[in-house]
Design a protein around this ligand. Structure first.
Ligand code: GAL
Length: 389
């Protein structure tokens, strides 16, 4: 059975591009298992593009590049599984992958069976060199069907970058997640862009098929295949919190063998991860912000969690301080409810006390706050409404 909450794991593309091999994958598996990442829920290790030879074999099967993967993929998958992890791979719906390797168009069923025979648990399915006359919907549908008939549970990660109105049809294809954006880059502009593009797409986000905002750039620090400039740690914190609150898959893209303490603290914030992995998987609701506004807005989203807590995220995407406020009436907790909110700061792991009717707070540029709020009986004891710190 494939889990319904957003997948979490690591993907080779952001840092390594075509520079991948067996040693890197096995070392990464070791670190995922031993660093605490697996314990936090990061359990899929995914090899992206550039893993195969440029030609299929005489039976039309894909062949792992023997220089990169001398023992073949089953060997790598077995090693990954031995660490308690799941194993993911990559293909594409066109004539070639984006990097020019053989792709699955008209080989969907053969490839799904090959992946299953190697022990693959996750397939990222890209959209390059797609035949122009065939609708993407049909191609994703075909691979979805091939995967469901291959004899193994394989999570289907659709990656058509948000084109062809994919949000309208992707759930029909059996995909468990769908790329709702173009490619991420390791800089603040890209974080702003991808977030802005998500506003209109939230109605399509939800349990079993989540909007994929692309792999994380946390901890890349400007290095690697998509490392165009890098972000500050404050920006990485905001990026991670946004991806958590907006139900995006959490696929790490940095070299986890050299994570700094700051990177580890961001990626292993279990309270934020719990909001991302909330079993109800409800889409977030926007309280402040607009798809027609600039990318440099302050956004406030909240999410109604299983069991009745609320997660509230406040994100300052601009270059100036901002002072947002949240009226509890907008959350459905007005005076008729007889409830106040007990608020916990999940970025800093601090209880802030009980608030009545509303709160306001200050946000530094590019920074965010995320609160987990529990409804409690209103008994007249509460804090003043400004949240410091
Ligand atoms: C892009 C995709 C990236 C990466 C790359 C590989 O189309 O969006 O995430 O997979 O192809 O060539």
């Amino acid at each position: 059975m494939i889990k319904l909450t957003p997948p979490m794991g690591w993907n080779s593309w952001n840092t390594f591009g075509s520079e991948i091999d067996e040693k890197l994958i096995m070392e990464t598996a070791d670190v995922m298992a031993e660093s605490g990442l697996l314990e936090c829920g990061y359990d899929y290790l995914v090899i992206d593009d550039c893993w195969s030879l440029r030609k299929r074999d005489e039976n039309y099967k894909l062949v792992p590049d023997p220089e990169k993967f001398p023992h073949g993929m089953k060997y790598v998958a077995d090693y990954v599984h031995s660490k308690g992890l799941k194993f993911g791979m990559y293909s594409c719906d066109g004539y070639k992958t984006c990097a020019g390797f053989p792709s699955s168009y008209q080989y969907e069923f053969i490839d799904a069976e090959t992946f299953a025979s190697w022990g693959v648990d996750y397939l990222k399915y890209d959209n390059c060199y797609k035949p122009v006359t065939v609708p993407g919907k049909l191609l994703y549908h075909k691979m979805g069907l091939a995967l469901e008939n291959c004899g193994r549970d394989i999570m289907f990660s659709a990656c058509n970058w948000g084109v062809e109105n994919v949000q309208e049809w992707i759930k029909e294809t059996g995909a468990h997640l769908w790329r709702s954006t173009g490619d991420i880059h390791d800089n603040w502009e890209s974080i702003k862009d991808l977030t802005h593009q998500q506003i209109a797409l939230q109605p399509y986000n939800g349990l079993g098929c989540f909007n994929d905002m692309d792999m994380l750039v946390v901890g890349m620090n400007g290095k690697g295949n998509v490392g165009f400039g890098g972000c500050t740690y404050d920006e990485y914190r905001t990026h991670f919190a946004l991806w958590c609150l907006l139900n995006s898959p959490l696929m790490i893209g940095c070299d986890i063998r050299i994570m700094t303490p700051e990177t580890k603290a961001i990626l292993m914030n279990k309270e934020l991860i719990a909001i991302n992995q909330d079993p109800a998987g409800r889409q977030p609701c926007m309280l402040m912000g607009s798809k027609d506004g600039p990318k440099e807005q302050t956004y406030v989203w909240y999410k109604h969690l299983e069991g009745g807590d609320l997660a509230i995220g406040l994100f300052n995407m601009s270059d100036n301080p901002s002072y947002p406020w949240v009226g509890f009436e907008q959350l459905g907790v007005d005076h008729t409810s007889g409830k106040d909110l007990k608020i916990r700061d999940v970025m800093n792991h601090r209880d802030l006390g009980i608030y009545h009717d509303m709160f306001s707070t200050g946000l530094e540029p590019h920074c965010c706050k995320v609160f987990r709020c529990t409804l409690v009986p209103a008994d007249g004891n509460y804090n003043i409404s400004f949240i410091n710190g």
